[in-house]
Design a protein around this ligand. Structure first.
Ligand code: CA
Length: 650
């Protein structure tokens, strides 16, 4: 409250709050749940990579503050706890005609511009040299065109001179550079070199230039894929062996791909303890929505088939960043910071791909333009497009900040407000057409405090809907509901009820009785999904000798209600020769219904046998069964039985 509210004032405020909700964006009124990060140092680095921002602004993108006013992005970030700005630097991301390769056209002039604005907002600059003309990452470390064909000695000198020149330009512009990284995600390659003996010279050259121009700046090395712990141990060992000059061992950590926080903690702890280096997360991000807003696909979306530890919501994004920060602060020694990657790379327009494409080509605000083909024809020159992270930003498509941006500031003291549902798990219900539809009274929710709870739900299901579903035969429906203010979804499958226990053998229930009349070599419930009709298990038989397969598979059903029923079962197999296979029903020991003979027609050719309808009255004992007799051929008869159904018939 900035110390302006005294006790009396506080009481008035409380009274006001009872009748008038606080205005959005008002101090301390955040709806974002943030668990406090203990021991968070005052100077902990909260960085944001905004390398594309100049190209974005040239493209017409505007940013706003929490009061809804158009504002300088750097100010908005600074006001929300971002004290470092990271910028990538490419040697020459332009073609011979002066067309930019895109991705922000991030040359040193772009970095100077960004650096000046960061410095004006009180932020330090983190300079990310790729030593390439375009993107460098674990899959790609291409040498700049101007340095092509250079021997390692000459290239080392070129890196030194180039780094020094760039840093001098920043210094002359008065930019407050706090850290310099010599290479980007250098997993065993840098600037076209692929052996550590050469790579270390280039890293040394970058460090030497940095020490000369910005002696107080930290020198960082940056790697990717911490989930490969052995690789990280190797990188650190090589750096130690070659006595590479650096202060910070930095890693990318994208939660979708880069392993658990436990692993991150273990890997960074090992390096910090063994080599006495500072450690940090140099790149991270998380999606706040499934949706793409710029017509150019994103690295992460709902259909990515990835493990989701957090909902794709601003709250999920905030919890993710909070937990990464907590890991770096409290679960690694010498953890100095977390940098979020391209948190402002939003769409340049909401009209169409064609409209945006023209803008990306002109201003370089997409990840790559078609002009990049002169340098990277296989990838950028082919798949050029817009932002692949517009769903992982801290701004909506109109440039308004998301509540999640407040997480950096709120982590210091926490904002542990009462938790409410943030995402709901979809529900699936299977309902017998002859039984009442019972929907669950609660749904599972991920709460804003990252816990999981069952939340009461009210379903939108009228008597009329219910009646139609029961009259509509076998079909699927979607029912929506309200759970704690969020829309719940229930998928209902209306089915014919099956009165058997363990109809598909998944539970290996003792309800099934096997009578082996010829002592087959193999006759048991097998766990093999590819050979099952439903689930992963089925009744399996095989026997080598001729005429050694003859068995009955039966289940006696207790408490079958009065009424009309039919029984069916499915079978597949091979090498059976002559067979006699059928499904049947016995009442009080007397066979009352028998299916037609079920043929054996090969692997995964399932054939169903269904008995005629039979009638059951209370007190009678009903047994259903499958009779199998095979002569056998070749290497012996084999087969599988699955999905036995005892349904009522109206
Ligand atoms: Ca996109």
């Amino acid at each position: 409250m900035n110390g302006r509210v005294m006790i009396a004032g506080l009481m008035i405020l409380v009274l006001l709050m009872a009748v008038v909700p606080l205005a959005a964006g008002a101090e301390d009124a955040s709806t974002l749940y943030v668990k406090k990060v203990e021991n968070l140092p005052e100077d902990f680095i909260f960085g944001m990579d905004v390398s594309s921002v100049i190209a974005e602004e040239n493209s017409g993108v505007k940013y706003f503050d929490f009061d809804g006013n158009e504002a300088d992005l750097f100010r908005v970030l600074a006001d929300n706890g971002i004290n470092y700005i990271r910028v990538r630097v490419w040697n020459n991301p332009w073609d011979a005609d002066g067309n930019g390769f895109g991705g922000g056209n991030c040359d040193i002039a772009n970095a100077v511009e960004i650096g000046k604005r960061a410095t004006a907002a009180g932020q330090k600059l983190l300079v990310d040299f790729h030593y390439s003309d375009f993107w460098a990452d674990p899959g790609k470390q291409m040498v700049p065109r101007a340095w092509k064909g250079m021997e390692i000695e000459e290239k080392t000198e070129a890196v030194y001179e180039y780094t020094k020149d760039c840093l001098m330009q920043l210094k002359e512009a008065g930019v407050d550079v706090g850290m310099v990284q010599t290479g980007n995600e250098t997993n065993g390659a840098l600037c076209g070199e692929t052996i550590w003996f050469n790579i270390q010279y280039l890293m040394q050259a970058g460090a030497r230039a940095t020490r000369e121009v910005y002696p107080d700046a930290l020198v960082a090395l940056h790697f990717a894929n911490p989930e490969k712990a052995d690789s990280y141990a190797t990188y650190a060992k090589k750096m130690d062996y070659y006595k590479v000059d650096y202060d910070v061992f930095a890693t990318s950590y994208y939660p979708y791909w880069h392993g658990t926080l436990d692993n991150l903690s273990a890997v960074l702890t090992e390096i910090a303890d063994t080599y006495g280096k500072k450690v940090m997360v140099m790149e991270t991000s998380y999606a706040w929505t499934d949706a793409d807003s710029d017509f150019s696909g994103n690295t992460i979306s709902g259909g990515s088939g990835i493990v989701k530890d957090y909902p794709f919501s601003p709250q999920g994004q905030a919890n993710c960043i909070r937990n990464i920060t907590d890991t770096v602060v409290n679960r690694t020694p010498a953890g100095i910071g977390v940098v979020y990657w391209e948190g402002a790379w939003i769409t340049v327009g909401t009209g169409s791909w064609e409209e945006n494409h023209a803008i990306w080509e002109k201003y370089g605000s997409g990840w790559a333009s078609s002009y990049a083909r002169v340098y990277d024809p296989a990838d950028a020159g082919k798949y050029y497009g817009g932002s692949a992270v517009d769903n992982q930003t801290f701004f909506d498509p109109q440039g308004k900040p998301l509540e999640s941006l407040k997480v950096f500031r709120l982590m210091r003291d926490g904002n542990e407000i009462p938790a409410v549902p943030d995402a709901l798990e979809d529900v699936t219900v299977i309902c017998d057409l002859n039984a009442p539809l019972v929907l669950p009274e609660t749904v599972n929710a991920v709460m804003t405090d990252d816990s999981k709870q069952a939340v009461p739900v009210v379903w939108n299901l009228s008597e009329e809907d219910d009646r139609k579903m029961h009259e509509g035969g076998v079909a699927q429906y979607t029912v929506t509901g309200d759970a704690g203010g969020m829309e719940a979804i229930c998928y209902v499958s209306m089915i014919e009820y099956n009165y058997l226990t363990d109809y598909s053998f998944e539970e290996e229930s003792r309800a099934w009785v096997i009578t082996d009349l010829k002592k087959a070599d193999e006759l048991y419930i097998e766990d093999k999904k590819t050979d099952s009709l439903t689930g992963s298990k089925h009744m399996h038989f095989w026997s080598a000798a001729q005429n050694s397969v003859e068995f009955k598979l039966e289940q006696t059903v207790a408490d079958l209600p009065e009424g009309k029923f039919r029984f069916s079962a499915s079978i597949m197999g091979g090498d059976c020769g002559e067979t006699e296979i059928f499904a049947y029903v016995k009442i009080n020991g007397e066979t009352v219904a028998k299916s037609d003979l079920m043929p054996i027609t090969g692997y995964n050719n399932w054939n169903m046998g269904t008995t005629p309808v039979f009638e059951h009255t209370a007190g009678q004992e009903v047994t259903v069964g499958v009779y199998v007799k095979c002569q056998g051929a070749g290497n012996g008869a084999w087969g599988k039985i699955d999905d036995c159904l005892l349904n009522s018939v109206q």
